[in-house]
Design a protein around this ligand. Structure first.
Ligand code: G1P
Length: 306
């Protein structure tokens, strides 16, 4: 072993306590993470990514009002007996992988929405003294190998802390990093700022919703200092970690979709359908139909205004 301090990542924290207000009224009763991209809710996309990356224990940081997120990963006896009586084995197979053993998913309740950093801190006892991943279900990655699985490979040789990064235009929506050394696929980070205005942004390289962090980040989170937007920000705690531990950005392969906005959700739905052999042809036909309609409308408007 080259590094005796190296510990593998076996736990993933999924902060899912948010109210999802941008999607109201859809999210009045149904959690945002239960909204589907075609056939799978966002929470299942996140879960699948964790499992593909070798995660063994999932920790939800949830609110008391969204119990359907845990339910989605429990056996639903009435549904299964109905499907098996009707001989619908193919449908049964579609849900079996979501029937988890007790303990595979654990939940900690975040009583008050005090920020992303606070949500992560809420998981500190369940994570304990080991490195852990964070998956934001709003950020959906479509790639041959999932974003977290790609990061795990890099982490296994680099250790330390790692965040997924990509180049963006709107710095005010993301944590932005200042790159110390650019190695291409990975970069070392010397500074990071949460949602800076374009004038204050040190670069246009932004943090996306996948993280691998060492447990010392909880020491910094436990000060509950408020940052951007008056909230306890993970970015501020990670910045303090940079002083004592290696911190890398990882440029993933694949597309990232922002399911936290309504337009982003529409795009993610189309992109997921196009990536999936089962839905691809149907999605192409729909897109072509609307493409023609949009072009038709444009020419009608031109004709009317001429
Ligand atoms: C959070 C983080 C931000 C990061 C973003 C990725 O912001 O605070 O640093 O860039 O996720 O999606 P949020 O989207 O919760 O506002």
């Amino acid at each position: 072993m080259s590094n005796p301090d190296f510990k593998p990542v076996k736990k993933a924290v999924l902060p899912v306590a948010g109210l999802g207000t941008r999607f109201l009224p859809a999210t009045k009763v149904i959690p945002k993470e239960m909204l589907p991209l075609v056939d799978k809710p966002l929470i299942e996309h996140a879960y699948n990514e964790a499992i593909e990356a070798g995660i063994e224990q999932i920790i939800f940081v949830n609110s008391p009002h969204k119990p359907s997120l845990e339910k989605h990963f429990e056996e639903q006896k009435h549904l299964e007996s109905d499907l098996s009586e009707k001989g619908k084995t193919e449908l049964l197979e579609r849900i079996h992988h979501t029937n988890l053993k007790p303990g595979d998913v654990q939940t900690v309740i975040q009583e008050k929405a005090l920020g992303f950093g606070h949500a992560v801190w809420c998981a500190h006892e369940l994570v304990g003294n080991e490195p852990f991943a964070i998956i934001l279900p709003d950020d959906v990655f479509l790639a041959e190998k999932s974003c977290l699985a790609q990061m795990m490979e890099a982490y296994n040789s680099l250790g330390g802390n790692m965040v997924a990064v990509t180049e963006i235009e709107d710095t005010g929506r993301y944590g932005i990093i200042d790159i110390e050394n650019d190695m291409g696929k990975t970069v070392s980070i010397r500074n990071m700022i949460e949602k800076p205005s374009p004038e204050d942004a040190p670069s246009n390289t932004a943090i996306m919703g996948r993280y691998i962090l060492q447990p010392e980040v909880f020491d910094h989170l436990s000060t509950f200092e408020k940052g951007a937007g008056g909230e306890i920000q993970l970015t501020d705690a990670m910045l303090k970690l940079i002083e004592t531990q290696p911190f890398h950005g990882f440029r993933y392969e694949g597309e990232r979709h922002d399911c936290g906005t309504r337009a982003g959700f529409v795009e993610a739905t189309l992109a997921y359908a196009l990536h999936n052999p089962e839905f691809r042809q149907g999605a192409i036909e729909v897109i072509e139909k609307y493409h023609k309609q949009i072009n038709g409308e444009t020419s009608v408007k031109h004709a009317a205004s001429a």
